[in-house]
Ligand binder design. Structure first.
Ligand SMILES: O=C(O)CCC(=O)C(=O)O
Ligand SMILES: [Fe+2]
Length: 338
């Protein structure tokens, strides 16, 4: 699951400790690739979770039911199987043909361009639907599509979900789990983000190749707009109005990774990333927290609380619950009078 976090800008060219508590990651131009059989849990803790460094684990989907059921003999997605077994599921889809701009002006500009293109050529590019964040494990607990690889097992976030006695609404972010299926055609993509709550994420490809671009957290400030607030939606966003003056510098620190079927990528806390599906792809993704990263989540929650408090400082008095404000009194009066 992905969310955008609003950050504060660093004040100099040097990488600032822009994100409280997030230690700078070692500079790297590629990430290690290790066969699952050669990676012990102790080594994963020591070399990857603790230093918050990415790694690609090969052969992570061996023995998975999904790696058999969801794949045709020629290695494509078996849509017949998916349709038969899960055709009744309701899922969230995103049209990734439209760029996920966070800036209203750019969004409007894109819409205008699309309108112009449509009226001049009478050809509108079709939508590119990407099914994201489908909670399959919770939707059908009997059908065990995969086993969580042992490296990613120490998971306090999903344990919390499992500990609940009552089934919870799947699409309610307050109660849903953080175990997902991503299903997208060639060309679908996920725009620039860092993961929810500064969690770790792992993603294992069952079918297809994905192209990942990763940026360590100490360069977060390079993604921000002129005002130091909104991060760019893509590392390669066309910056016509000079809104993202340090994006080019950010690009020089990107680490690019090609993920093949069977590979699981470990995305550490606070690392920014984009993902492109080079083929039709289906993958399993989890977000998780444990003793190696939960302090960053705590730091983020405290920061956001402080920002929220500062944001309402000017109307704090009006919001006090023990004293109805003149505004609400007026509204109440207005309602009664009609
Ligand atoms: O596969 C994708 O499109 C996005 C996955 C992702 O962002 C993640 O696993 O953190
Ligand atoms: Fe992500």
């Amino acid at each position: 699951m992905c969310v955008q976090v609003v950050l504060t800008a660093g004040d100099s060219g040097a990488p600032p400790p822009a994100e409280p508590g997030l230690a700078p990651a070692a500079e790297t131009s590629s990430i290690p690739r290790l066969p699952a059989s050669e990676l012990s849990y102790a080594r994963f803790c020591l070399e990857f979770m603790e230093p918050n460094a990415p790694v690609l684990v090969e052969g992570a989907t061996e023995g998975w039911r999904a790696a058999v059921d969801w794949v045709t003999p020629c290695g494509a997605i078996d849509f017949d199987f998916l349709r038969q077994h899960f055709g009744h599921a309701q899922v969230m889809v995103t049209d990734t043909a439209r760029c996920e701009c966070h800036n209203q002006q750019q969004q409007q500009q894109q819409e205008e361009e699309e309108e112009t293109r449509a009226s001049s050529t009478l050809l509108t590019p079709g939508p590119l639907w990407y099914c994201k964040d489908w909670h399959l494990a919770a939707f059908d607990p009997q059908y065990q599509a995969y086993r969580c690889p042992s490296f990613f097992f120490d998971d306090w976030l999903n344990e919390l979900y499992d500990a609940r006695e009552q089934p919870q609404p799947q699409h309610d972010v307050r109660t849903a789990d953080y175990r997902f299926v991503y299903l997208g055609a060639k060309g679908t993509s996920t725009s620039l983000h860092s993961d929810v709550l500064r969690s770790f994420s792992w993603s294992a490809n069952v079918v297809g190749c994905k192209l990942w671009r990763l940026l360590p957290p100490q360069y977060s400030h390079l993604l921000l707009d002129l005002h130091g607030r909104i991060p760019a939606w893509d590392f390669f966003a066309e910056d016509l109005e000079g809104l993202y003056p340090r994006l080019e510098e950010a690009r020089s620190h990107i680490v690019t990774v090609v993920q093949h079927p069977g590979d699981a990528i470990f995305v550490p806390s606070g690392w920014w990333h984009t993902v492109e599906n080079v083929d039709d792809c289906i993958s399993i993704n989890h977000n998780w927290l444990n003793g190696h990263n939960v302090h960053w989540t705590w730091a983020l929650l405290r920061l956001e609380r402080r920002q929220a408090e500062e944001g309402i400082e000017d109307c704090r008095e009006l919001c006090r619950q023990d004293r109805p404000s003149p505004f609400f009194r007026k509204l109440g009066h207005f309602g009664r009078g009609r």
